[in-house]
Design a protein around this ligand. Structure first.
Ligand SMILES: Nc1ncnc2c1ncn2[C@@H]1O[C@H](COP(=O)(O)OP(=O)(O)OP(=O)(O)O)[C@@H](O)[C@H]1O
Ligand SMILES: N[C@@H](CCC(=O)N[C@@H](CS)C(=O)NCC(=O)O)C(=O)O
Length: 827
């Protein structure tokens, strides 16, 4: 057997093996990894920086041999009359070049990978090895079965094949050399650094609103705490799967139908995108045939197809219209679920959270939805149109046109993504510097008096001027890089259009194609340009919504630490006896907060917890409400362990009057009724009367309809606490937890509050945290808490009898303080 130098079958076989094997192995590997689960990064990375560099140079050299091959063919074809290389050979050469180009980029450029996915090369090492092997085998076969070159053309081809074989052998040598080495610390660090670099590069530009501006920095910090994992793409996207059920309208058949119709409309849109240029070709054909009359129908059909086309066309608009309820459904489902989830998380999450961060993540609840929409209706259609163009041109015209679109697509997308990522960073800086200049301006105006006092007008003007300059410099970068991006995009698109048009013009002139074909080609290509023009912007917003979705996902992955048992029953409160037996608890195992706390709060009695600050009094309340679970011992209410009952029944049986009640920014009525939404106005008045706040409320300008302001700021501390008491009275629980206000109030207010608290405690089990001992002298039992232990118990009188007792000391101290402050105030 003798192989020709320009052998199409050989070339096709080689390219087919390369692509099929590479993709097949890639898929296999991804699934395998998926089943095994993520692996720690360090175990994977056998390749450090240096080998990766050598490999990259090697692949570049290999790609260059194909460039030389192509150039050789072109030169030979131009110099030899009536000789054309075989079409398949040309296509295969270009595809091989593209293949190695992609591998090269994947090995050297990992910055586009999302966090937690591994670098291309570490994931696809097997595939690259496979490609080397395939090349080596094919080159050996070629060299073995091809005659000695007869001219320069064949000589160059032969030299290229030989070079490729040598490069493959060289690559194996590199691989085998480095493979044996144990991964050094440095190598791992390098890989890890790459992972993090790739993660942080993905941060979006900052949004326009303050809340989202604060976010990326904080998010970056929290991310860096997570160990990097080698995760496959599937696993990465699978982690989003927990959000998808909220996107799909499970029970709503009508919405499912909407989605179905939208998908059909999408397909119709793609078809219209072929039909319109095709029809223009038909019209052109008709018009160029003299004497065939006016092609009314053809023209009408063309106009009709045009009417269907585009996002603003009939099909696009109909699709947008039908999608509205689907998108709204998803928004509702996701945002309510997110809030429900966050509210369901345990107290420790809420203690540790950065409030703004959680809220910002929740306001982006729509991000997953936006992500799906962008993929489905924007990026998806553009890429489909390109794929359709490749197939259509192949079927209708010539494989060369498909090749042009294919190479153009790749170059266009790659360059756009690269430049856009860089620009995203520049935009972030621009937004930051804008915020700085805004801050300077704001400072100057807010501190008007200080500025004037120090005669600092000039200083402030300069400061602001500098800040604006800094902003303008960043803006300049952003805007000029936009122009550069547009020029490069235009350049890539226009060159492919130019090649396609020249080729088509050539074919038309030699009669291989008709003028109509030229028109179809030109129209189809130009209509691709418009959506491609926004590819960068689309890519950026896609990235942003993925990042937002990731944050939402992090919240969804958060699990409550206090869980309800599956067989939990509702708490049945009969008398309201609360018993702590040998309870120990710590927020952090290294620092015990409560140890061996035992006491019984008998029904209808008032138990007071006193002791120094930080002793653990509030903790007792928190564990009774089961915001945390005890580490040892148990808490029972009417002989039912609180871990065995449902959380909601537990919390609804207990009334809490916190030290500093926080109210909702609504009316007084709304705030009191919050304890019992179904209560009548009369019940509210009764509760308010019992809490000694009714008369005061009536003095407000709008009575019960007065608004209390943000967090109840418009009310005084005493009023707020009595509102809280009114709430608790309305709720009418058997057990009351009361955290007394620490701050000394005026005697009148204090008397009112005391009276309202007495009314509240009457007939209920009350556990009171007392800061001022004078308020609990009548308590049935006083527990002195010191360092998380109960050190003394008894009534006020009992405890005062202990000469060296903790309680007595506190009592004397407070009595002293009170008398000295009274003295001071009367002087
Ligand atoms: N969420 C938490 N995480 C870790 N430690 C905590 C947490 N909350 C409280 N602590 C610690 O637990 C101890 C007891 O706190 P607790 O609030 O129960 O004291 P307290 O007696 O109510 O004090 P105060 O009278 O000042 O409110 C303190 O040392 C406190 O620092
Ligand atoms: N061709 C570019 C730019 C497209 C464009 O002009 N986008 C509009 C928004 S739809 C814009 O204002 N971009 C500003 C920018 O990218 O800085 C791309 O692919 O991103």
């Amino acid at each position: 057997m003798v192989l020709r130098y320009d052998n199409p079958h050989f070339n096709i076989a080689e390219v087919a093996c390369l692509y099929a094997g590479f993709l097949g192995l890639g898929t296999l590997k991804t699934f395998k990894q998926q089943r095994r689960g993520p692996e720690p990064l360090s175990r994977k990375s056998r390749f450090g920086k240096e080998p990766l560099k050598i490999v990259s140079w090697w692949i570049l050299a290999l790609a260059l041999t194909y460039v030389i091959d192509i150039a050789n063919l072109v030169v030979y074809a131009l110099r030899t009359p009536n000789w054309w290389p075989h079409k398949a050979s040309v296509v295969c050469l270009v595809l091989s070049l593209l293949f190695w180009g992609i591998v090269l980029i994947s090995c050297t450029d990992t910055s586009e990978l999302p966090r937690y996915t591994n670098s291309f090369f570490s994931a696809y090492r097997v595939n690259v090895l496979y490609a080397w092997l395939t090349e080596a085998i094919f080159e050996t076969v070629f060299l073995a079965f091809t005659p000695i070159p007869g001219d320069t053309f064949q000589g160059i081809l032969m030299a290229d094949h030989l070079a490729r074989l040598l490069l493959c052998i060289f690559a194996f040598a590199i691989y085998v050399t480095y493979r044996r080495k144990k991964p050094s610390r440095d190598m791992m660090d390098y890989e890890e650094r790459r992972m993090f670099e790739s993660g942080t590069q993905l941060d979006p530009e900052l949004g326009q609103d303050q809340s989202s501006q604060a976010l990326p920095q904080a998010a970056k910090k929290s991310d860096s705490k997570k160990p990097p994992k080698n995760t496959s793409w599937i696993a990465y996207f699978k982690s989003f799967a927990i959000l998808f059920p909220y996107l799909w309208p499970v029970k709503n058949f009508r919405l499912q139908l909407h989605i179905f119709v939208c998908v059909i409309l999408l397909v119709i849109g793609r078809i219209a995108n072929i039909l319109a240029p095709r029809q223009l070709g038909v019209v052109t054909e008709k018009l160029s045939q003299t004497g065939s009359g006016v092609p009314w129908f053809e023209v009408f059909l063309f106009v009709f197809y045009r009417f269907l086309q585009g996002n603003m066309g009939l099909v696009g608009s109909l699709r947008s219209f039908l999608w509205i309820p689907v998108s709204q459904y998803a928004y509702r489902a996701l945002s309510t679920k997110a809030l429900q989830h966050v509210l369901g998380l345990s107290y420790d999450f809420h203690l540790n959270k950065r409030g703004g961060e959680v809220l910002a993540a929740l306001t982006k609840a729509n991000s997953v939805n936006t992500f799906v929409e962008q993929l489905l209706f924007q990026i998806g259609p553009v890429l489909t149109d390109l794929a359709v163009a490749i197939i259509y041109f192949f079927v209708k015209f010539d494989v060369y046109f498909s090749l042009i679109v294919l190479v153009m697509t790749f170059c266009y997308c790659y360059v756009t993504v690269k430049i856009t990522s860089w620009r995203t960073e520049a935009r972030r800086k621009m937004v930051n510097s804008w915020r700085d200049s805004y801050g300077v301006q704001n400072d100057a105006i807010m501190n008007y008096e200080t500025v004037k006092n120090f005669d600092a007008d000039d200083f402030e003007n300069h400061r602001f001027g500098d800040a604006v300059d800094a902003y303008l410099r960043q803006e300049n970068t952003v805007l000029s890089s936009l122009s550069v991006l547009n020029i490069i995009q235009g350049g890539i698109f226009t060159s492919s259009l130019c090649v396609a048009c020249l080729l088509s013009a050539y074919k038309v002139s030699f009669g291989y194609n008709t003028v109509g074909d030229f028109v179809v080609l030109l129209t189809y290509m130009t209509q691709l340009q418009q959506p491609l023009n926004f590819f960068g912007t689309l890519y950026r917003s896609l990235q942003n919504s993925i990042i937002d979705a990731e944050r939402l996902l992090e919240i969804f992955e958060e699990q409550p630490t206090v869980l309800e048992r599956e067989d939990a029953t509702p708490l049945k409160v009969t008398d309201g006896r609360v018993a702590f037996s040998n309870v120990s608890f710590a927020y952090d195992p290294r620092k015990p907060v409560l140890s061996n706390v035992s006491f019984v709060a008998e029904p209808g009695k008032v138990i007071a917890l006193v002791g120094e600050s930080g002793g653990g009094k509030s903790t007792i309340m928190r564990i009774l409400l089961r915001f945390f679970d005890v580490n040892n011992g148990s808490i029972t209410i009417d002989d039912q362990d609180i871990r065995d009952v449902t959380l909601s029944s537990l919390r609804s049986s207990i009334g809490v009057v916190p030290q500093d009640s926080i109210l909702f920014n609504d009316t007084v009525m709304y705030n009191i009724k919050y304890a019992k939404p179904g209560a009548s106005d009369e019940e509210v008045y009764e509760a308010a009367k019992a809490a000694q706040i009714h008369d005061r409320i009536l003095e407000f300008p709008d009575g019960y309809n007065s608004r209390v302001g943000e967090r109840g700021l418009k009310l005084s501390g005493g009023e707020k606490q009595r509102m809280a008491v009114a709430r608790a009275i309305l709720k009418n629980p058997t057990i009351i937890l009361l955290d007394e206000a620490t701050s000394a109030l005026d005697t009148n207010t204090e008397r009112h509050i005391q009276a309202s608290l007495n009314r509240l405690a009457a007939g209920r089990t009350a556990i009171v945290i007392a800061h001022r001992l004078s308020t609990i002298t009548n308590a049935d039992l006083i527990l002195c808490i010191h360092n998380g232990k109960i050190v003394e118990t008894g009534t006020h009188e009992d405890l005062l009898k202990h000469e060296d007792g903790v309680y007595k000391k506190m009592w004397l101290q407070q009595a002293n303080k009170d008398s000295s402050s009274k003295k001071f105030s009367t002087e």
